[in-house]
Design a binder for this molecule. Structure first.
Ligand SMILES: Cc1cc2nc3c(=O)[nH]c(=O)nc-3n(C[C@H](O)[C@H](O)[C@H](O)COP(=O)(O)O)c2cc1C
Length: 192
């Protein structure tokens, strides 16, 4: 089983990184093969809405997103971790998501069976943290991530959403939440 862990915070060693790392360690403990992708190490140009992918299902922009497309397709489980920035996911995550328009074109315009009902089924898990405790703090991001997972044929199987966490490493004050992340990774590999 291949798991792709997508780290979408630019702050290395920050709260989402610590949580996703625990999640992935749990998965590794159960024998999954895990790849860690730190988006801030990649140059991902935002989607230009040129519709260049409509007829081919491939993006015309030649940048480092080219390295990420195959990893998304190879994965059985995609775990995306992003802090909340202005009630959404980070620009790093959003650039990757918008560039997945090429998969959307494959799936919905070109009816590529590999992304259709008969195609490979994936699972998706979302991790997020926000500084505030607002009621709707994760709502926008959940919708975005659900729609992103849909183009990958990935079922949104769960999430770990933590409010009131702001400074780098604040999450370490909540060892029970880190344990929840570890357990969630372990459980999803045990019962995919
Ligand atoms: C540009 C920016 C925008 C933010 N917007 C929000 C927000 O809308 N709601 C919120 O609860 N926290 C917001 N935060 C706080 C972060 O979500 C919080 O500090 C989080 O713990 C950062 O996670 P990280 O350590 O993984 O980078 C924002 C932080 C930054 C830098």
């Amino acid at each position: 089983m291949k798991i792709l862990g997508i780290f979408a915070s630019p702050r290395r060693g920050g709260n989402t990184e610590l949580l996703l790392d625990e999640w992935l360690k749990g998965a590794e403990q159960e024998g999954a093969s895990v790849e860690r992708l730190y988006l801030s190490d990649f140059t991902i140009t935002p989607c230009k809405e040129c519709h260049g992918c409509d007829n081919t299902g491939s993006c015309v922009i030649l940048d480092e997103m080219g390295k990420i497309y195959p990893k998304l397709l190879e994965a059985n489980i995609v775990v995306l971790a992003s802090p909340i920035f202005f009630y959404g996911v980070t620009a790093w995550a959003k650039a990757l998501i918008d560039r997945s328009q090429a998969f959307w074109a494959r799936k919905y315009l070109l009816k590529d069976p590999s992304l259709g009902r008969e195609g490979k089924k994936r699972k998706g898990f979302f991790i997020s943290v926000g500084a505030t405790k607002g009621k709707k703090v994760f709502e926008g991001s959940i919708l975005t991530i659900k729609y992103f997972f849909d183009v990958l044929n990935a079922e949104y199987v769960g999430d770990l959403l933590v409010k009131g966490v702001e400074s780098k490493g604040d999450i370490l004050k909540h060892p029970e939440v880190l344990q929840q992340a570890f357990d969630a990774g372990r459980k999803l590999v045990q019962n995919p």
